[in-house]
Design a protein around this ligand. Structure first.
Ligand SMILES: Nc1ncnc2c1ncn2[C@@H]1O[C@H](COP(=O)(O)OP(=O)(O)OP(=O)(O)O)[C@@H](O)[C@H]1O
Ligand SMILES: [Mg+2]
Length: 486
């Protein structure tokens, strides 16, 4: 067991007025399987980078164990995957390789192909195996699930559960529950560490917030009542005071009005105490307002029809011929393993030039709103982004606020957004657009749990017609009306 100690850590990005961390104190144990959770932009990735010594900070980080991170940069992706691995963990033997890869269900031949030719899922698995083959290091793993299909998520979660200790950032409920035994949560106003599963922590956190909400509501009512009472009493005191006539009255009336004044003061003190107590509550409550969508209704029943479609890369067919229709009101989840051509099928419908056989028929005048899988080369201001995509800027920003953006973040360049913040920008754009069909490619990648739940609710309430790809099992079960398998 090794100890990682963080003392009075304070950090802000250069040129940024806000601290990401302020006087953070923590003690971690390298034997823990530690889940690091928190809403987008709270500083999870920043914390990993601080541990890795990549930024300057105030305070102290002391560790008796060295760190290793996922994803790590691959310097020469054109090399065979096996060579890439040999560079990352030079001491590992071949049998060790084979053992790890078979646990992760990766065929050994994969190591012969150039690393850059592997699917995202294969790359993830290979790099994770490398991470654990470097013994004696403490792995820091940042969102490994984003490109993994549902089965791969299960496998990788089980793989992690077998390991000694690690720090894992993830927003996927089932994935976390499959492998962590401690949770470190970056809350709105503090940082919380406790033992147990993710679900145990989450339901406890929600219960505490619920109890605080009830107490907050009671205090609010009390304060209202006290305000009225104080006003009434002060009014009486004034009236009594004004009713003084002649010297004879003075003693009795004066005494009575002074007493009333005293009572008004006492109420005021109680009121202030209640206000103070209230401000102590709900500082960690996560805001997740209800989102809205205004889908358009198309007159046709069949909006899109795929007929015998095969996506081709060069001479290779990516999928077996597929045929299905998207009818008005349906929400179809396109399901298939990594590399089975899901994104390409979506892009075909958007008219992108993708080599294929078969045909995609589209109802005339169909308005489509698209969320791409990658956040690509987003840059510039939010206002500029809104203009470029003809969005109502105030609606766009209101949606982002509901998804947990602080106002201060609106002025920042998109390049400096966290991954989740970027994906939220793409989702918010789609929510601003009125369309007959919403085509979303892995909309929840990088998105925090609260917003995942917000989006689930939105879909169930507004019932847009959708064609989407998403590997978050909990989400797919709620949102899809039908699953089309590749
Ligand atoms: N290079 C940068 N310059 C300025 N601000 C940055 C930079 N990188 C990140 N930030 C900001 O710092 C905060 C923390 O970002 P970080 O990437 O650590 O969040 P995160 O918790 O990992 O989020 P996510 O769940 O979306 O990955 C965010 O508000 C982000 O916008
Ligand atoms: Mg991050």
């Amino acid at each position: 067991m090794s100890t990682i100690r963080i003392e009075n850590l304070t950090f802000a990005y250069p040129g940024s007025a806000e601290n990401v961390f302020e006087n953070l104190n923590l003690q971690l144990d390298s034997d823990w399987k530690l889940g690091l959770v928190g809403r987008n932009g709270r500083g999870k990735t920043t914390l990993l980078n601080l541990l890795l010594g990549r930024y300057e900070y105030r305070g102290r980080i002391a560790s008796t164990v060295a760190f290793e991170s996922f994803p790590c940069r691959v310097e020469e992706p054109a090399l065979p995957a096996g060579d890439v691995l040999a560079r990352i963990c030079p001491n590992a033997r071949e049998w060790q390789w084979n053992r790890e890869l078979s646990l992760l269900e990766v065929a050994p031949e994969v190591l012969d192909a150039p690393f850059e030719a592997l699917s995202e899922g294969e790359r993830t698995k290979v790099l994770l195996a490398a991470l654990f083959l470097n013994e004696g290091r403490f792995p820091l793993i940042d969102e490994p699930t984003n490109h993994l299909d549902a089965r791969a998520r299960e496998k990788v979660s089980a793989y992690l559960r077998r390991q000694r200790g690690f720090l894992l950032v993830s927003h996927d409920r089932r994935f976390l529950d499959g492998c962590v035994d401690h949770v470190l949560s970056l809350n709105r106003s503090d940082v919380e560490l406790r033992g147990g599963s993710f679900s145990a922590w989450f339901s406890d956190f929600e219960q505490r917030q619920e109890a605080e909400r009830e107490r907050d509501e009671r205090l609010r009512r009390d304060i209202g009542r006290m305000k009225q009472a104080a006003r009434r009493t002060a009014g009486w005191a004034d009236k009594v005071e004004a009713s003084k006539i002649g010297a004879g009255d003075k003693g009795y009336v004066g005494h009575k009005s002074a007493k009333m004044m005293q009572r008004a003061k006492a109420i005021e003190v109680r009121q202030q105490r209640a206000i103070d107590q209230r401000s102590e509550l709900l500082r960690n409550a996560e805001t997740a307002g209800e989102l809205k969508l205004s889908p358009l209704a198309h007159r046709a029943d069949v909006l899109v029809a795929y007929e015998g479609v095969v996506v081709r890369y060069g001479a290779r067919s990516v999928n077996a011929p597929i045929a299905f229709e998207v009818r008005r009101g349906e929400r179809i989840a396109l399901d298939g393993g990594n590399g089975s051509g899901k994104s390409s099928l979506l892009k075909l419908l958007l008219g992108e030039p993708i080599a294929h056989e078969g045909s995609v028929r589209i109802a005339s005048g169909l308005a489509v709103s698209y969320v791409p899988q990658g956040t690509g080369h987003m840059q510039g201001s939010l206002a500029g982004f809104a203009r470029e995509h003809c969005l109502d800027e105030s609606l766009f920003k209101a949606i982002l606020r509901k998804m947990g953006f602080e106002r201060g973040q609106f002025e920042r360049d998109l390049r400096k957004f966290s991954e989740g913040q970027k994906k939220k920008v793409l989702l918010a754009r789609s929510l601003c657009e009125r369309a007959h069909l919403y085509v979303w490619d892995e909309p929840l990648n990088y998105i925090d749990l609260y917003s995942r739940i917000q989006i689930e609710r939105l879909i169930l309430e507004f019932s847009p017609t959708m064609l989407f790809v998403e590997h978050d099992a909990a989400f797919r079960e709620k949102a899809a009306t039908r699953i089309v398998r590749l």
